[in-house]
Design a protein around this ligand. Structure first.
Ligand SMILES: [Zn+2]
Length: 145
C-alpha cells in the first residue's frame, strides 16, 4: 500500500481532520498534536492509531481504517518518536475519544469487526484500548484534547 500513500481517500481524511480539529491559537488556526498538545503550524502528519495500515493489509478494502475514529494529526518529530510507542498510542486514543466520543469509536470498531474475520483479535484489542483509556480519563473526569 506504500505506493498509495497519497491515495485521495487518505488525503481527503487528512484535510477533513485539519478542518475539524484546528483551533484558534496565537497566529492562526492549527490542529493540536496528539502527543505534545502543541499547535502543528506546519507539516502535520496523519497517524493511524487503533488499527494500522499493517493491520488492514489484505482486507478487501484496506482503506476502511481511514476514518476520524482511527486517525490523528501529529508533528513529524512527535510522529516519528512517539507515534508507534505504547504511551504514544494512549495519547492518540485519548485525543480521538476526546473529539469523537468513546461510544462512537467503539461502535465503529464493532461495525468493522466482521471485516477482520481472520484477525478479529486486533479489533478486540483496539476496543479494550479505548475502554482502558476511557476508564482512566473518567477518573480524571474529562477528556483532554
Ligand atoms: Zn507534537
Amino acid at each position: 500500500m506504500e505506493e498509495s500513500y497519497l491515495d485521495p481517500r487518505r488525503l481527503k481524511l487528512k484535510l477533513d481532520l485539519l478542518r475539524r480539529r484546528s483551533v484558534l491559537v496565537a497566529g492562526g488556526r492549527y490542529p493540536i498534536c496528539s502527543w505534545c498538545r502543541q499547535p502543528i503550524r506546519e507539516g502535520a502528519q496523519m497517524n493511524e492509531v487503533l488499527l494500522t495500515r499493517g493491520d488492514a493489509r489484505g482486507l478487501p478494502d484496506p482503506w476502511i481504517i481511514m476514518t476520524r475514529y482511527n486517525c490523528v494529526l501529529m508533528h513529524p518529530t512527535c510522529h516519528e518518536n512517539h507515534g508507534h510507542t505504547y504511551d504514544g498510542r494512549v495519547a492518540c486514543v485519548r485525543q480521538i475519544i476526546g473529539y469523537e466520543k468513546p461510544e462512537k469509536v467503539i461502535e465503529w470498531l464493532k461495525d468493522i469487526r466482521p471485516v477482520f474475520w481472520g484477525a478479529v483479535g486486533l479489533v478486540d484489542e483496539a476496543i479494550r484500548m479505548v475502554e482502558r483509556v476511557r476508564r482512566n480519563n473518567n477518573e480524571k473526569g474529562y477528556y483532554p484534547l
